[in-house]
Design a protein around this ligand. Sequence first.
Ligand SMILES: O=c1[nH]cnc2c1ncn2[C@@H]1O[C@H](CO)[C@@H](O)[C@H]1O
Length: 340
Amino acid sequence: MTDLTSFIAGLPKAELHVHHVGSASPRIVAELAARHEGSSPVPADPELLAKYFEFRDFAHFIEVYLSVVDLIRDDEDVRLLTYEIGRELGRQNVRYAELTVTPYSSVRRGIAAKAFCEAIEDARTAAARDFGVDLRWCFDIPGEGGLPAADQTLRIALDERPDGLISFGLGGPEIGVPRQQFKPYFDQARAAGLHSVPHAGETTGPETIWDAIRELGAERIGHGISAAQDEQLMAYLAEHQIPLEVCPTSNLRTRAVADLDEHPIGRLIAAGVPVSVNSDDPPMFGTTLEQEYATAARLLNLDATGVAGLARTAVRHSFRTADGKATLLAEIDAYAAAQR
Ligand SMILES: O=c1[nH]cnc2c1ncn2[C@@H]1O[C@H](CO)[C@@H](O)[C@H]1O
């Protein structure tokens, strides 16, 4: 039996909560910073960049995140970033990923919506061909952009409708950004067949999660960790099988939790809440999906069988086709059996 680290490395995985720009590796950020030399506070040097990715609080994280968004200035940057994300996911044996993409931020930067969508679709085709990674898109509203951002994000989703688009989300800060105002946009996105996957309960309490369910028709919740403060909400999530996309290291690095050993993931699972493990913005948080699995294994006291269960759970919570799920579940089972 190989050790858990190598078991995790080889395990076929699915990722459901990982942000497009938030996945820009230090190498890609350096390349983009060099392309736009001198016009960005983002350091090109990897050492300085690691320091730059240390956050005082969540608001500071969003500020840093937006400074990296600012580096993506044309469709070539979009194509490079997305293809390289595919490479990194393939390196970790991620077979399927639902990437949260924020077209509003790039269109505001002057990249035409059509060119943006063509660039991510080109990269999706190339990542499947070159790395065996099946990418899908969640288009998310950056909450700090308010209703103008919601309107533009919905327009792009419905007018451009790239082949990989499967869901509609809401990210950015929750404090001061109530979920209810986005109901008309989620209603239209859902009517058009997109799955609803807003962030909620990351930096605010359980009421934000209730709002995401009642007002936005959430089928899954980004983070949702404050559900652990509300027994009734956890029972509801368990009964209606509404999964949480939990990102442990993100919560630590944005100060959403003070200490990993206090992370509520164990309490949520013990209450029957469906939970997948994800990386969110891996290079910004100095982590990878593999490391998130190792962290979850430590927090939940999992052996290899338990870790394979994390991968299976992510596949089951995904919006992949039934055939696509069956194929990946079979691959996970075959891998786990071969490692015994
Ligand atoms: O963990 C996170 N929580 C909320 N928003 C996030 C997170 N990671 C990345 N973003 C992204 O920050 C962008 C700017 O507001 C948003 O688009 C949001 O998707």
